[in-house]
Design a protein around this ligand. Structure first.
Ligand code: IMP
Ligand code: MG
Length: 333
């Protein structure tokens, strides 16, 4: 069997766009033979609800929650200890961990990488998981690959993908190593083209799902999100209503109104075909409806007005987008 089609799910903001929920929704409603992570490591944080119970993962793709083979791809970085911890957590909760595989080409995060991250990258507000030092060694051709680590032997998988494949993005467009606000970025490619490193040609890509929130958040340091945002009472009411605390770091996420100009750039560069905008209920709860467009702030009377504006603007500026959905209208999101 060869590859039938590939769907990709990516984040359009700064991570934390409910990609986990979107992937869960896609896996439940489509048939996939594989769910794959194409980049990053345990710097990511996915929250998944299965039968009403909340689960958190950082590296292992969400396919395992739905009995689908889950692959950690060649451009990912793996911390063996944290991987084993996640594996045991999933096993203890009754999930079939034999579905989880790692590319032998994935790189290993070592204790030295983690220490270097903590010492030298503090000012960038990283997740302190050794991500930048590990990719630095990889691209400097001094890294350690998963194929040489004994404890991972049973999980290695270097075969061809087949059938229907879902690629699960980590982080988001504006954390991308090329497109983000460098050096306040992560060290990998968060854009859908990066998914091709899993071993399929671009022609196989069918749908590209993009997750966005209806307001922007940033965990970690970024001059585009100054500390002063934490003093704005309206924005802080969103933090509170939206529970905007980092899954991986426990930090308060700096929050701002949706930057529609940036979202349009992200949509046009990623080629997203289906956008899902979430956390609608949060703005409804606080009763504030604002966004930035053409560098101006625009205020709306209600959510309906705001959605009409977003839908009309995206439809007029983003040729690849075929569907625009909002949470509340999509099951599980
Ligand atoms: P690193 O990936 O740990 O090196 O962190 C680099 C930057 O990306 C920091 O600002 C982190 O807060 C941010 N970051 C990395 N992964 C995520 C994520 O999954 N969600 C949100 N922010 C992230
Ligand atoms: Mg996340």
């Amino acid at each position: 069997m060869s590859i039938s089609k590939v769907d990709i799910c990516c984040g359009l903001n700064w991570g934390d766009e409910a990609k986990g929920k979107l992937v869960a929704h896609l896996v439940k409603n489509n048939h996939y033979d594989y769910v794959c992570r194409w980049a990053g490591g345990n710097n990511a944080g996915h929250t998944i609800y299965v039968d009403g119970k909340k689960y958190k993962t950082h590296l292992i793709p969400s396919g395992v929650f739905y009995n689908v083979k889950s692959i950690i791809g060649p451009d990912c970085v793996v911390n063996p200890e944290s991987f084993m911890g996640e594996l045991n957590y999933l096993r203890e909760n009754g999930f079939d961990t034999s579905l989880i595989k790692i590319s032998p080409k994935a790189h290993i995060v070592t204790e030295t990488h983690i220490n270097e991250d903590k010492e030298k990258y503090k000012d960038q507000g990283t997740t302190s998981n050794g991500i930048a030092p590990c990719y630095k060694d990889k691209y400097g051709r001094k890294g350690i690959r998963a194929e040489s680590v004994d404890s991972l032997k049973d999980y290695l998988w270097d075969e061809m993908l087949e059938g229907n494949v879902l690629c699960e993005g980590a982080q988001g467009f504006w954390l991308d190593i090329n497109y983000g606000n460098y050096p306040f970025v992560t060290s990998s490619t968060t854009l859908p083209y990066g998914a091709c490193c899993l071993g399929f040609p671009p022609q196989k890509i069918d749908k590209i799902y993009g997750a966005s929130k209806i307001y922007d958040t940033r965990s970690g340091t970024d001059p585009l999100f100054p500390e002063s945002l934490l003093e704005d009472p309206e924005l802080m009411s969103i933090v509170k209503a939206g529970g905007e605390i980092g899954t991986t770091t426990g930090r308060i996420r700096k929050t701002n109104w949706l930057n529609l100009d940036k979202l349009i750039v992200a949509l046009n560069i990623t080629g997203v075909t289906d956008i899902i905008i979430s956390k609608i209920d949060v703005l409804e709860k606080v009763g504030l409806y604002k966004l930035f467009h053409n560098s101006d702030i625009i205020c709306f009377e209600n959510m309906e007005e705001m959605q009409t504006y977003i839908t009309t603007t995206i439809s007029g500026t983003c040729d690849y987008v075929k569907t625009i959905s909002y949470s509340g209208n999509v099951e599980g999101i």
